[in-house]
Design a protein around this ligand. Structure first.
Ligand code: HEC
Ligand code: HEC
Length: 341
């Protein structure tokens, strides 16, 4: 009996301490869960190789894939703008304003679910959506596949990348997904600090990390969890709906559970400094504003995620937390644009 009680007590302590069991020293074992695996996961039928990645890169940057030849994936997921577009909500075909913000696609390959409402599971599944969306690239898929097949360089690229599979909707999606799996951020100052470089973070940034993981302070880690700063889950964080007829219900459109009304996917925070404005509706202009939402933006909010609680932070804690979020960005890389065939 005594043994059972001892076990029970120990077990409980482990659970209670699960969130604040870090030792805040560069390189400490307790922090290693924050390091991303070097290999981005991929499906068994689409193992990345150089040919596939290079083909996917051309496709990603090629505006001729769109209906009117004006828009590529990179028009909205622009590497100069943190793989997003700097806009409140996206601008699509013929400059129509879409209802949601363009998310960064940095580290999307590490996530198990895609889109603000989670309507796609894999990058392969996602890739053809924007191509044919009326409001986005507005392409006719049959025309597009025959155009790609008639372009000698593209046809050869497809044959080399996917021998025997041909130029098809499937191989088009697989090539784009292979390229997206190379768009990663895992050498930020924070990563260097976790790996053991004490000088990589300032004292304020470390203090911001403590606030981030402390359930009694920021309480951020509960949703923005290790290693990619997302739980791949959906939460209503109390953003006020925009005043319009068709309120965006988020995940609820796919799974009509009350708790998922206006719940959106927890985005990664890696490279977050590069992709303002923030949230699915672009309503926060800066990182500081997005933090302020968690402090005093919840008044009158309904149907909040159970993981949300009202938090109180001093001005200097907000500054530290902002500094920490900025330390999650990898240095900008030189980007070589592909030569289009
Ligand atoms: C007109 C702007 C626009 C274009 C063009 C566009 N996207 Fe997007 N992208 C968006 C928006 C907006 C979302 C979020 C939509 C939603 O959640 O409802 C998104 C979401 C995504 C996501 C999910 C990211 C995440 O974290 O959930 C991926 C991946 C993606 N796009 C890749 C692509 C690819 C590949 C192309 C080209 C074939 C492309 N996009 C073209 C605006 C665009
Ligand atoms: C209940 C889960 C939850 C908690 C707790 C939480 N977040 Fe979030 N966070 C989300 C979700 C979900 C979104 C997207 C919400 C939306 O746009 O509707 C988000 C969005 C963000 C964004 C915008 C990112 C972007 O690319 O648009 C930032 C920055 C952010 N959170 C930081 C924080 C910080 C800092 C804390 C702690 C003070 C925190 N979050 C606590 C779930 C959470």
């Amino acid at each position: 009996m005594a043994k059972v009680i001892v076990f029970f007590v120990l077990f409980n302590i482990t659970i209670l301490n699960a969130q604040d069991s870090y030792t805040f020293e560069a390189g400490h074992e307790s922090l290693q869960e924050w390091l991303l695996p070097k290999q981005v996961p991929f499906p068994p039928n689409n193992k990345p190789n150089q040919d596939r990645v290079e083909l996917g890169k051309k496709l990603f940057f090629d505006p001729r894939l769109s209906g009117d030849g004006n828009m590529s994936c990179a028009s909205c997921h622009n590497p100069m703008l943190g793989w997003s577009d700097g806009l409140k909500t996206a601008k699509g075909h013929k400059s129509q304003i879409l209802r949601r913000a363009t998310p960064s696609i940095i580290n999307a390959g590490y996530n198990t679910i895609q889109m603000w409402d989670g309507r796609n599971a894999s990058l392969e599944e996602q890739a053809t959506g924007p191509l044919v969306a009326e409001m986005e690239m507005h392409a006719n898929m049959d025309h597009l596949i025959s155009w790609l097949s008639l372009n000698n360089t593209y046809r050869n690229d497809f044959d080399r990348s996917y021998p025997g599979e041909g130029v098809s909707v499937k191989t088009l999606a697989k090539a784009i997904a292979s390229y997206e799996r190379t768009i990663v951020s895992r050498n930020s100052p924070f990563d260097a600090w976790v790996a053991g470089d004490e000088s990589a973070l300032t004292a304020k940034e470390v203090s911001g990390f403590k606030i981030f993981v402390d359930p009694k302070k920021g309480n951020c880690e509960v949703c923005h969890s290790a290693p990619n700063f997302t739980d791949n889950g959906f939460h209503n964080i109390g953003l006020k709906p925009l005043l319009r007829k068709d309120i965006d219900l988020g995940r609820y459109d796919f799974i009509p559970l009350e708790s998922l009304k206006r719940a959106f996917k927890t985005p990664t925070l890696r490279d977050v400094a590069y992709s303002a404005p923030y949230f699915h509706d672009g309503s926060a202009e800066s990182l500081q504003q997005s933090i302020e939402h968690y402090i005093d933006g919840l008044e009158g909010a309904q149907n909040l995620s159970l993981n949300m609680k009202s938090i109180t932070l001093t001005d200097s804690e907000v500054i530290d937390l902002t500094a920490f979020l900025k330390s999650l960005s990898s240095p900008k890389k030189m980007m070589k644009f592909p030569i289009l065939p």
